[in-house]
Design a protein around this ligand. Structure first.
Ligand code: GAL
Length: 341
């Protein structure tokens, strides 16, 4: 009788032990099946950056479906302050986030963020996107990557689109028939790699392809639709119908120019870059002559994949095409309106 009781006790102990082990095992499993990714954006309400963010959110869901890993994205906005952004990154690191995606405020100033991402001797993965840091900062340590588009290529494609439209609609574009296109240019934020390259190479491409240009005015409108429409209003007052071509470093500024042009009887050919939803709508309506699709979808997908893979495995999947070991540059496509003429 005593022996029987003893063996019952023994079995109960074993059962409790097994249950605790199983609970512990599943709890561990649960813990590794969830990763936290911190995102810091340079500004709120940037149409193109928001498109990249939506693609990241969608890709987080895809990743979860494919791998069973729950990806938690926490997004903060730096409101144009590098100091605020550094604090946000520091907080993510201290809270044990598995990876951090940074849309830099000041592209010349990434070293501090790269260094902040080393925690207790471990490299926290950092993926910069859209606003390209200088190469030395990317190469400062392991686990640092950049995803973006090739700024020069977007400019060349814009230039080619202008020349193609000119060849197809010479009279519509060259309103005074002098064989030269009188242009104004709305430039992005000063010092931004895309603004610098797009302004230079778009003009160079047009001229090199044999279409003479004459500059009436050019100014930065910080990627911003309202600022662009204010500038365009001034230029219309100064140059009126002489404006034949409006070259814009992005779609939002092109739409700003169109906001004002549509209130006048002046016709000018307006060109953007980005292919945002509003940009594509204007293209379909024939208001925007052309844009360049900078592939926000693939940008967002790549950012999320790099961050999640590094967080989960410490290495990247072979599917990702890297250039110079640390860069993903997405393919771009020129889009010309089919509603012109
Ligand atoms: C550019 C884009 C702009 C703006 C900017 C912000 O690539 O064309 O619309 O989003 O990035 O960094």
């Amino acid at each position: 009788m005593r022996n029987r009781k003893r063996s019952y006790n023994f079995i109960s102990v074993i059962l409790v032990f097994l249950m605790v082990s199983i609970w512990f095992y599943f709890d561990q499993e649960q813990q590794t099946k969830s990763i936290q990714i911190g995102v810091s954006l340079y500004l709120e309400n940037d149409t193109f950056v928001e498109k990249i963010l939506s693609a990241m959110e969608q890709e987080a869901l895809n990743y979860e479906e494919e791998t069973g890993v729950n990806v938690i994205l926490n997004v903060s906005v730096a409101n144009g302050s590098q100091r605020t952004q550094n604090e946000q990154v520091k907080r993510y690191v201290e809270m044990g986030y598995d990876a951090i995606c940074v849309n830099l405020v000041d592209r010349t100033n990434a070293a501090a963020i790269v260094d902040l991402g080393v925690f207790e001797g471990e490299d926290v993965p950092i993926v910069f996107f859209n606003r390209e840091p200088v190469a030395e900062d990317i190469m400062r340590r392991d686990m640092v990557y950049y995803v973006g588009s090739d700024a020069k290529q977007s400019a060349v494609l814009q230039g080619q689109a202008v020349v193609e439209c000119y060849q197809n609609y010479p009279k519509l574009m060259d309103k005074n028939g002098d064989g030269v296109l009188q242009y104004v240019m709305l430039e992005g934020e000063m010092g931004h790699q895309d603004a610098i390259m797009r302004s230079d190479y778009s003009l160079q491409t047009i001229v090199n392809m044999g279409v003479p240009l004459h500059k009436l005015a050019s100014e930065t409108a910080d990627w911003n639709r309202k600022r662009a429409s204010d500038l365009m209003e001034q230029w219309i007052e100064s140059y009126g119908d002489d404006i034949e071509l409006v070259l814009c470093n992005n779609d939002d500024m092109a739409l700003g120019a169109l906001d004002i042009l549509s209130k006048t009887s002046i016709k000018a050919a307006v060109f953007g870059i980005d292919a945002t939803d509003v940009g594509i709508q204007a293209l379909d309506e024939g208001a925007l002559w052309a844009t360049v699709d900078c592939n926000s979808k693939e940008q967002g997908q790549a950012v999320l994949r790099i961050a999640a893979d590094l967080a989960m495995k410490g290495s990247l999947s072979d599917k990702l095409e890297l250039t110079q070991q640390r860069y993903v540059r997405v393919p771009l496509i020129k889009k010309i309106s089919t509603s012109l003429g």
